[in-house]
Design a protein around this ligand. Structure first.
Ligand SMILES: [Zn+2]
Length: 531
């Protein structure tokens, strides 16, 4: 097959080609790039002068959660408690017959009919005798019913979750609201879903990816189904049925070292192993929480809440041990670390010689607050940093609430990271950040929100070039899959994962980057989207 009459955009190549080309592919791989249009007639797709580029690889997201949002009760648009109740009652018709009621995406801080946050007592207005679990919009906080709290009190393992994540009243009793890893625990253990549920949800989600040109994802889904085995079955069955238009790296979330040992004992597959399309990803470890909840572990107190500087979930020895055991067993590690104290802990663990960071390409997700000493350490240890530029769209004006003034220039410091040759990818953290890679790239290149604010960009010295932003979604994530010589470039021998764009990214004004349209998407040579 040949895609004819296309211009090429090759973000990772120093020299950009001019004029019209043709790209030939066979059995899922690019076989030849012609320097001029192809003259033959058979098996030709006419690209009509549009721009062919490598398709996008999103290195950090929660695909199953996104799919379930599409399929299950979605509360993200709700603006009042009255409206939320109505939506729940409509979703669960004959609500008295349900034992469990789930919903996600609410944001009660913005409710127009309430000047406090939801409590278990409120939930009893929906159904007194049900187990109710509602997850907040950002996925890091939840509220549950009295009955669900009773169940949780009997869970021995829940006692191990940090007390800071279990909100308490003045008498020390649970308020019914939980945070961070306590939320993961609750959904992991109580919100059981079948392989069929997961397959349905993933099938709901993938057309949205193809539409924005994503053909590979690295996803952390286990808490939404409770079992890595089930997850593996869901994805590989979809692959066998021909219903998986993406390559997938499946992370394995662990709460502690026991979870890791259990995985290593019961599974023979290690990072990179698997089928053509479904591979074992990283061991995912949460080191801290989020800035909005003041649970991200900072080295300084939060300026808007000086009594706290967040929470580290593990001590250094515990983390060192997890990283060591994972590395010695051929598992890549991906650590969620938002605050500078958490980043410091991560880079210390990765700096152990037993971590083999250069070889296994371990990752730090977010790394939103840095400092000169941390950048120096990162340069020495060289883990991959996984950034989410679309967070900047809504967060740039909040930074000084969370970070001391002198450290604000080190927040989301993309260009400083890149300049030091610390490998860095761009990603969505779907469904928290924006799904559209072009929107994330717009944020990384302009450092403005979609209204063009602040003018000139927030901390403009940290803007990325268009080429560097594209590399963060193409060839660099392929390195995390150990597939640098097979994926993420427009070259013969590379996987035919391609997007056809209506404009050349180097020719549009930078503040128009997000308006470039994806016209077609190919995954392994198969067209999976056409506008
Ligand atoms: Zn995430």
């Amino acid at each position: 097959m040949i895609i004819n009459n296309v211009r090429l955009y090759q973000p990772a190549q120093a020299i950009q080609t001019q004029g019209l080309h043709a790209v030939e592919y066979q059995d899922g791989k690019i076989t030849h790039i012609y320097d001029q249009p192809y003259e033959g007639q058979e098996d030709v797709i006419d690209g009509r002068g549009k721009v062919l580029a490598p398709a996008f690889n999103d290195s950090h997201m929660h695909l199953l959660r996104f799919g379930l949002l599409k399929k299950e009760l979605d509360l993200t648009e709700v603006t009042s408690w009255a409206e939320m109740k109505e939506l729940v009652e409509n979703h669960y018709d004959k609500i008295q017959e349900y034992d469990w009621i789930f919903g996600k995406g609410f944001n009660d801080a913005n409710f127009t009919d309430m000047d406090r946050l939801l409590t278990p007592e409120d939930l009893s207005e929906i159904h007194v005798n049900a187990y109710i679990y509602f997850m907040h919009q950002d996925g890091h906080e939840c509220v549950i019913s009295e009955k669900a709290m009773e169940l949780l009190k009997k869970e021995k393992d829940f006692e191990k979750e940090p007390e800071e994540f279990k909100e308490k009243d003045e008498e020390g009793n649970w308020t019914g609201r939980f945070k961070d890893t306590a939320v993961h625990y609750i959904k992991h253990h109580f919100w059981g879903r079948s392989v069929e549920d997961a397959k349905e949800a993933i099938k709901c989600a993938t057309p949205y990816l193809s539409e924005v040109g994503i053909t590979s994802v690295h996803t952390d889904d286990i808490n939404f189904i409770g079992s890595y085995d089930k997850l593996w079955h869901a994805y590989t069955e979809l692959e066998q049925e021909g219903n998986l238009p993406i390559d997938v790296h499946l992370h394995h979330y662990i709460f502690n070292i026991d979870d890791l040992h259990k995985y290593l004992e019961t599974n023979t597959k290690r990072t990179g192993d698997g089928t053509d399309q479904v591979r074992v990803g990283s061991v995912k470890i949460f080191l801290d929480g989020t800035q909005r909840l003041h649970t991200a572990a900072m080295r300084n107190p939060y300026p808007d809440n000086p009594n706290t500087h967040g929470t580290l979930i593990y001590d250094q020895d515990q983390l060192n041990e997890m990283v060591k055991v994972a590395s010695e067993n051929g598992m890549q590690v991906a650590m969620h670390a938002i605050g500078d104290r958490a980043v410091e802990q991560a880079v210390t663990a990765l700096g152990q010689s037993e971590a083999h960071t250069a070889q296994l390409r371990h990752r730090i997700i977010h790394a939103q607050t840095l400092a000169p000493d941390l950048i120096k350490k990162l340069r020495e240890v060289k883990p991959y940093i996984e950034t989410q530029p679309s967070f900047l769209l809504s967060e740039w004006s909040e930074k000084d609430k969370w970070t001391p003034k002198e450290l604000v220039p080190y927040c989301d410091a993309y260009e400083s990271i890149r300049k030091e040759h610390i490998p860095m990818t761009l990603s969505s953290d779907l469904p928290i950040g924006s799904l559209d890679p072009l929107e994330s790239m717009y944020a990384a290149v302009t450092r403005m929100d979609l209204d063009g604010k602040p003018e000139g960009g927030w901390m403009p010295q940290e803007k990325l070039t268009v080429d560097h932003a594209f590399q963060g979604f193409t060839n660099l994530p392929a390195e995390l899959e150990y597939k640098d010589s097979e994926k993420g470039r427009l070259e013969a021998g590379y996987q035919a994962d391609l997007v056809l764009l209506d404009q050349h990214p180097l020719e549009v004004e930078e503040d128009q980057l997000h308006n470039i349209q994806v016209c077609r998407t190919w995954h392994r040579g198969k067209q999976v989207y056409k506008k």
